[in-house]
Design a protein around this ligand. Structure first.
Ligand code: MG
Length: 172
């Protein structure tokens, strides 16, 4: 297997291990695009998620964030970072900054998509934000939301007849 394909499989495996499937992210993409791309299928949404997950900067962000979540679950970070990450402190913000490296991949529509989905927290994002005892998804929720936002942006660019209207609408 090529290194590129190995990294992709590794990242998908990490996401699955942390309770997130490609279909979960595809459902977020459909949530973001349902008013703009009628008849968008889960298969088409999932294909776009897979393409986003092939990007090296996306893989790097996901690997790094999940590693920090897992270390925090084991109490493996030094204080005060351990408590900050474990408590998902609102003013920390590095999780959102890391997510922006994913959102950036397909241009500015990604920013509005990410901001919106991070606020509404549909689907798997609600589960990741449940803050169940012993489970830490401080980074993962942002990484998953950003991956969905990037895939939705890619779809918008693939449907240029919708792109202008969407940009105007979403900037309001
Ligand atoms: Mg977070």
């Amino acid at each position: 297997m090529e290194k590129h394909e190995m990294l992709y499989q590794h990242v998908v495996g990490l996401l699955n291990k942390r309770g997130v499937t490609i279909d979960d992210i595809a459902d977020l993409v459909i949530f973001l695009q349902r008013d703009y791309i009628h008849g968008l299928t889960r298969a088409e949404a999932a294909k776009n998620v897979e393409i986003v997950l092939q990007k090296r900067e996306v893989q790097n962000a996901i690997m790094t964030g999940i590693q920090l979540d897992m270390l925090a679950e084991k109490g493996g970070l030094t204080e005060p970072l351990q408590t900050i990450v474990a408590d998902d402190e609102g003013l920390y913000g590095v999780d959102e900054i890391m997510a922006l490296s994913i959102v950036n991949v397909y241009g500015s529509i990604g920013f509005t998509n990410y901001g919106y989905i991070d606020k509404v927290k549909p689907g798997v994002l609600a589960k990741l934000n449940a803050h169940e005892p012993g489970i830490i998804h401080t980074f993962l929720d942002d990484l998953v939301g950003a991956t969905a936002a990037a895939a939705a942006s890619r779809l918008a660019h693939a449907h240029p007849e919708l792109e202008d209207d969407e940009a105007i609408y979403q900037d309001q």
